[in-house]
Structures are given as structure tokens and as C-alpha cells.
Write a protein that binds this ligand. Structure first.
Ligand SMILES: CC(C)(COP(=O)(O)OP(=O)(O)OC[C@H]1O[C@@H](n2cnc3c(N)ncnc32)[C@H](O)[C@@H]1OP(=O)(O)O)[C@@H](O)C(=O)NCCC(=O)NCCS
Length: 246
């Protein structure tokens, strides 16, 4: 794949977020042993999660207008594609994502600001199929429009999906993958408690990657804490983050 090509796969031009190694619960019969979440998800459907300030709900084809505007921003896809996406690419992304809610039963979700109802981007869990060396695994990841950064939304979304992965899907370790130049994403991972697992190279794009991991035991030891949200001072200082709903 050339840099700039959009893969069939997800977050990094393959799936996106990070990877985990499910070791507890019922194993799926799927090649690659993708793990214990599948029977659970089939029973209950992909969830909508609520945080103080966000609704994290499944993406749908109806998100194409709002998401196309965000995807068109060069910075949204700088890592790894170094360019924004077209509306057709966004439509195809939504189609793939919606299909993944039923097969393999895990995919990223919309990040919606509760106070305004605006789509800020997407975040959540996925299978990092673009990096076979770490499979089976579940990754957590995030992408936000420029106007929605700096409000704590990535951290808050990541925390919510970590909790869902550890507590509801019974996953033992969740990974998160970034390019070392992507300081913002690395900062979110470190804030959530991730530590470096390995350095490697994107097999298709040739860019350097840091694979970070967080074990459930370490997450619990750290208090399974919810990261800070934007403070009233941040809001007064003009970050423009809407306050939490009363
Ligand atoms: C990565 C991304 C989601 C982070 O969003 P965000 O809104 O800045 O994240 P948060 O507000 O939750 O910030 C979390 C922490 O990261 C820090 N941070 C944000 N940008 C940073 C930067 N460029 N350098 C260093 N730290 C940074 C914040 O200061 C905050 O730490 P603090 O609480 O100690 O101040 C956002 O930059 C983005 O969408 N980028 C484009 C898509 C992308 O690259 N996604 C990741 C692919 S691996």
C-alpha cells in the first residue's frame, strides 16, 4: 500500500485503535481466535455508553454529512495518511464500520457532545488486523475534529471504552497504537495508563509504530480512574468546551 491509500481496514488505515489479547471467557471459533467478546456482543448488540459530557453511540450511515466534514481535515488523518478523506471514502468507512458491529462484532463508535448533540469524531474498540504480529488483540483508539480537541474528549472516550472492554467484554489486555510523532495520541495513552509494549513498523505503510498496552490488573491497580474532564477554568480560558449537562 502507498502512503495516502486508504486501506479496507480501519483506524490506522487498517483497523485503528490498539490490540488486546483476550484470554478469558468463551473463545470464538473464528480463525485467529478473536476472542470472548463475540458471543457477548451477539447477545446484547453494540452498546451506547454515556460519560459526563459525551454520548458514545454506534455510527450509522446517517452520520455521513457530519463525519465527512471532520474526515476532510488533513489533521484528522495525518497519521498515517497525511491527507483528508473524500466524502466517498467516508461513506465507505461508515459502511465497513456498521458491518463490523455484527461481524466481527466490534467497531469504533461516534463521539457525540451531549450538550450540543454535535458529532466530534469517533473512538472505541477495534481489531488491529493491519498488524498481524500482535493478533489476537483489541485496540482502543480515537480521532476528533480539530474544533473538538483539547476538551478531554479523547481521554474520556478512551476511559469509557477501556472500562467496557475490561468489565463487559472480559478482555485481559487492551492495546493502543500510534506513530511516535503523534504526541497528542501518545499523551492520551500515557494518561490512561498505557505502557510501551513494542516498537514496530506498519507492514503496509512502512511508518514506525509504538504499540502500547494496558493490562486489566494494572488498570484496576491504578484505581480504574476516570481521567479529568475540562475544568471550569479551561472553559473560561476560551477552550470552547461546552460544560457538562446539569
Ligand atoms: C489524538 C487526539 C484524539 C487527542 O485529542 P485531545 O482532545 O487533545 O485529547 P485530550 O483533550 O483528551 O488530551 C489528553 C492529553 O493529551 C495532551 N495533549 C494533547 N495534544 C498534545 C500534544 N500535541 N502534545 C502533547 N500533549 C498533548 C493534553 O494536554 C492532555 O493532557 P493533560 O490532561 O495532561 O493536559 C486528537 O489530537 C486527534 O484527534 N488527532 C487526530 C487523529 C489522530 O491522530 N488520532 C490518533 C491516531 S493513533
Amino acid at each position: 500500500m502507498r502512503l495516502g491509500d486508504v486501506s479496507d481496514d480501519g483506524l490506522h488505515g487498517a483497523s485503528p485503535p490498539c490490540h488486546s489479547r483476550p484470554t478469558r471467557g468463551e473463545k470464538s471459533a473464528e480463525p485467529g481466535g478473536r476472542g470472548s467478546w463475540r458471543p457477548y456482543h451477539r447477545a446484547v448488540g453494540w452498546p451506547t455508553l454515556e460519560t459526563d459530557r459525551l454520548t458514545l453511540r454506534p455510527l450509522t450511515a446517517d452520520d455521513v454529512d457530519s463525519l465527512s466534514e471532520l474526515h476532510a481535515q488533513e489533521s484528522f488523518w495525518r497519521f498515517p495518511f497525511q491527507r483528508g478523506w473524500s466524502r466517498d471514502e467516508t461513506r465507505a468507512f461508515l459502511k465497513r464500520t456498521v458491518e463490523r458491529y455484527s461481524d466481527p462484532g466490534i467497531a469504533v463508535s461516534a463521539v457525540v457532545v451531549r450538550a450540543t448533540g454535535q458529532l466530534a469524531g469517533w473512538a472505541g474498540l477495534s481489531v488491529p488486523t493491519f498488524l498481524p504480529e500482535i493478533l489476537p488483540a483489541i485496540e482502543v483508539g480515537w480521532r476528533l475534529g480539530e474544533q473538538y480537541r483539547g476538551c478531554g474528549y479523547a481521554s474520556q472516550s478512551g476511559e469509557a471504552w477501556l472500562r467496557y472492554g475490561f468489565e463487559q467484554l472480559d478482555v485481559d489486555t487492551i492495546v493502543s497504537i500510534y506513530e511516535p510523532d503523534n504526541a497528542a495520541s501518545g499523551a492520551v495513552m500515557k494518561q490512561l495508563g498505557f505502557v510501551l509494549d513494542r516498537e514496530t513498523t506498519h507492514p503496509a505503510l512502512g511508518v514506525r509504530l509504538h504499540v502500547m498496552s494496558l493490562a486489566r490488573a494494572a488498570w484496576i491497580r491504578a484505581g480504574a480512574k476516570t481521567p479529568h474532564d475540562a475544568t471550569p477554568a479551561d472553559i473560561q480560558n476560551g477552550k470552547g468546551c461546552p460544560p457538562s449537562p446539569a
